[in-house]
Design a protein around this ligand. Structure first.
Ligand code: GMT
Length: 376
């Protein structure tokens, strides 16, 4: 199949999922066209089956806001015609589903019918899309999609609760490619740069937005390091990062916390980690937790949104109510207390991640694509 994938090219989960999906589809022989405003961060190699088309938005002083949706829908129309693309798969409703719908309409005028699959990722529904300024357009473009998927049952339930949705929503969970996770974590010099042999390594990876509850990450770690030798690796960048650095200084733990910024070495960092913290206010899925588990790292998370669908309480880690940092720290210490308990949790984390193996999930998308193309 010839498929156009529209996504955000940044470090966010939706862009990562879209990119990994496109790359795997290409490996399976499909022709994939990524259409976005810059090359997706996880898209290293382009080849015969992987194309990238940049959406350019010319700056014009009249516009206070440059019209990205307009440029995107025009680009979609051009690329569909040029490459005979058969299906649009848009990730994140805003504004991609809206632009995709406009492209569909323009193409229809020229006698070209193309189905659109919209995948809802989370904040497009729970935070941004639900804002009254966006809600009518988001509702409209979801209802006008040929197929709507959501990355968890929790996100589906929220979407149906918050929006007047007429379409069926199919749950297709996010996935992980386990084969690529074999990192040579035994290279001693790398680990020793991060922590002393006796220190446990605790990691958090996110976009450092409010929803991630970054101060909770620091507070949990503060309690852990009072009991056992430990280091905290903070990976990613965003609006809450500076505040987090200040909090570490105030608590006197700055020398035990390393802030990395955005990194392309996520798997390597995770391969040295003993525990992952994700105390978010909400997560539709929690891809970062799955990536951690795929690298044998147990997860301490909140129990909100789709996290209970990913992290298994008492098995791959523990779940607690949002903000219950005392319980999260206690559970972290339960996991980290001795090597045999930790190793058990590490094994269970990997076992849990295996349920989300890309080889099980990808055929679900392929089936949806085929049906949508056949029905159009
Ligand atoms: O806040 C983020 O983590 C970024 C956001 C995004 O849109 O990329 O992530 C959302 O989509 C991910 C991929 O499906 C999910 O794993 C995240 O849980 C979800 N974030 C939230 O729901 C807050």
């Amino acid at each position: 199949m010839k498929i156009a994938i529209v996504c955000y090219p940044t470090f966010g989960g939706s862009g990562v999922v879209a990119t990994e999906l496109g790359l795997e589809l290409a490996r399976r022989g499909h022709e994939i066209h990524f259409i976005t405003y810059s090359q997706p961060v996880r898209l290293a190699l382009l080849n015969a089956n992987v194309h990238y088309h940049e959406v350019n938005v010319p700056e014009y002083p009249l516009f206070h806001y440059q019209p990205y949706e307009l440029a995107l829908s025009s680009k979609l129309v051009d690329m569909v015609k040029l490459y005979q693309i058969e299906l649009l798969h848009v990730h994140y409703a805003i504004p991609h589903a809206y632009a995709g719908y406009m492209a569909k309409q323009m193409l229809k005028e020229e006698g070209i019918k193309i189905p659109m699959v919209t995948t809802l990722h989370g904040t497009d529904i729970t935070l941004v899309g639900n804002h009254p300024f966006y809600k009518p357009a988001v509702t409209f473009s979801i209802n006008k999609s040929d197929v709507v998927t959501s990355v968890s049952q929790s996100l589906k339930d929220n979407t149906l609760k918050l929006f007047d949705i007429k379409k069926e929503i199919v749950v297709i969970p996010n996935f992980i490619e386990l084969d690529t996770k074999k990192i040579d974590s035994d290279i001693p010099c790398y680990r020793s740069v991060l922590a002393k042999q006796e220190e446990r390594i605790i990691t958090h990876i996110s976009n450092f937005r409010k929803v991630k509850r970054i101060p909770d990450v620091i507070k949990i770690f503060y309690k852990i390091q009072k009991e056992i030798p430990a280091k905290l690796l903070m990976v990613g960048d965003g609006p809450e990062k500076e505040k987090a650095e200040r909090l570490c200084n105030e608590l006197g733990i700055a020398d035990k916390v390393i802030f990395f910024g955005n990194s392309n070495e996520i798997d390597r960092i995770l391969s040295y980690s003993d525990l992952f913290l994700l105390p978010s206010e909400t997560e539709s899925f929690g891809l970062a937790a799955l990536e951690a588990m795929a690298c044998n790292v147990p997860v301490i998370s909140s129990n909100s949104g789709g996290l209970p669908e990913v992290n298994s309480d008492g098995f791959s880690g523990y779940l607690s109510d949002v903000g219950n940092v005392d319980e999260m720290a206690l559970n972290a210490l339960r996991i980290l207390k001795d090597d045999s308990t930790l190793n058990n949790f590490k094994e269970n984390a990997l076992k849990t991640a295996m349920k989300f193996d890309i080889r099980n999930i990808l055929p679900l998308y392929e089936a949806i694509y085929r049906n949508a193309i056949d029905d159009s």
